[in-house]
Design a protein around this ligand. Sequence first.
Ligand code: C5P
Length: 206
Amino acid sequence: MIIAIDGPAAAGKGTLSRRLAAHYGFHHLDTGLTYRAVARALIEAGQPLDDERTAEGFAEAVDLAGLDRSVLSAHAIGEAASRIAVMPAVRQALVRAQRRFAETPPGAVLDGRDIGTVVCPQAPVKLYVTASAEVRARRRFDEMTATGQTADFLEVLADIRKRDQRDMERADSPLRPAPDAHLIDTSEMSIEAAFLAAKTFVDAAL
Ligand code: C5P
């Protein structure tokens, strides 16, 4: 069983994916972390972020078992990740690893930007989780201030919009719902309500 979950930044797909994986006893891969791991490795090695061959080598070396959200969550890493994510050679290397992960029995939940459209177009359940840019910026802002970071709401909103634009307008694997994806708009929905909506779609496919 494969559950493919796509959507823009801060739409709630991470939380939803983890809940679904726990509920069904499936493995979970946040594919954003794979792009973030490549970006971080390049930055740490002092390598440029705009050289596709170099980035491809780093992408081939990414270890999915060693992805640690706590060292990859920095804002600058997310920004760098969305820059290297426009490179086809980087995407191909990471998609290969993601597809292998998706085949792990008894099932897997993968979340990202292109899971239903490119990585696992054969997935029996595809969800597109979204919310307005304002609601997503508010969530990000609240998350940051709750962990003691200083943040400016308008800056966070501008950032979310810039990231959306880069992810939706890139030529290779742009963010968009698969034609057969179920849409879940979490703008005015609790996590619990989103989980129940998703569960209905998964149960129908089991
Ligand atoms: O979801 P997260 O913010 O961690 O993703 C970081 C960046 O990685 C995204 O902005 C996007 O550019 C890229 N990404 C992608 N395809 C995926 C997952 C993430 O291009 N499947």
